[in-house]
Design a protein around this ligand. Structure first.
Ligand SMILES: Cc1cc2nc3c(=O)[nH]c(=O)nc-3n(C[C@H](O)[C@H](O)[C@H](O)COP(=O)(O)O)c2cc1C
Length: 207
């Protein structure tokens, strides 16, 4: 598929065909692409926990969602729970602080105040986008969603992940089933002329 078509076709899908697992080669390709993402200082402070069996996914869902939501099984959860593959994307701040304490970077005080934004989360997000685009390129679909902060500790424990990792988000992968259009899309896409500025802020980019 042409790259521009991959970008245009990508949308977050919130319901999947539960009978069609994601082929292992597709998951592997998504992960191969994820590790091609750029990372500050080539720190690569990311980890991806791939959940494909029903047991693994159930363990994630019980840790990541509250009993109340599960009881209600709201339509979001009912849809997203059909995803046959979940890739939990973790960032590792310590890997960045360690990397930037090296002589070529020189942040030997390991101060977080030096960081314009948390690059550990930025880089992991870039890797997640590459997985979403890979899904589209392979004829599948994906969703990026977050885990509420109050469920973080429990979710990391369920994954047997180190407790200092941050859960940047989860990439759900699968073959799309009909789903409801997100109400957020009613906001409309902000046009390039509004968000892009030529030369200085406030002068619209007009091509
Ligand atoms: C950082 C981030 C967090 C998101 N979290 C959720 C989420 O928790 N649940 C969800 O259904 N969608 C989530 N989304 C998807 C957005 O709602 C979606 O990208 C947006 O409405 C635009 O729709 P599109 O991606 O289909 O074009 C998230 C997207 C991003 C980038």
């Amino acid at each position: 598929m042409e790259f521009r078509d991959v970008v245009r076709r990508r949308r977050m899908v919130r319901a999947y065909d539960p009978e069609r697992p994601v082929p292992t080669e597709v998951i592997t390709r998504a992960l191969d692409h994820a590790v091609r993402a750029p990372s500050a200082g080539f720190s690569q402070g990311w980890d991806f926990v791939v959940l494909t069996s029903a047991d693994e996914r159930d363990g994630f869902w019980s840790a990541a969602t509250g009993a109340e939501e599960q009881e209600r099984m709201d339509s979001w959860l009912r849809g997203v729970r059909t995803a046959p593959c979940l890739v939990v994307c973790l960032s590792d701040k310590e890997a960045y602080l360690d990397r930037y304490a090296e002589p070529d970077k020189g942040f030997s005080d390991r101060s977080e105040a030096r960081w314009p934004v948390p690059y550990w989360d930025v880089d992991t997000g870039m890797a997640a986008l590459l997985m979403l685009l890979t899904a589209v390129d392979e004829g599948l679909a994906g969703l990026f969603f977050g885990v509420p902060p109050e469920r973080r500790e429990r979710t990391l424990a369920a994954l047997e992940a180190p407790p200092d990792r941050r859960i940047v988000g989860v990439v759900a992968l699968g073959y799309a089933a009909p789903d409801r259009r997100s109400p957020s899309l009613r906001r409309g896409r902000r046009p390039v002329g509004e968000v892009a500025h030529r030369g200085r802020f406030g002068r619209p980019w007009s091509g």
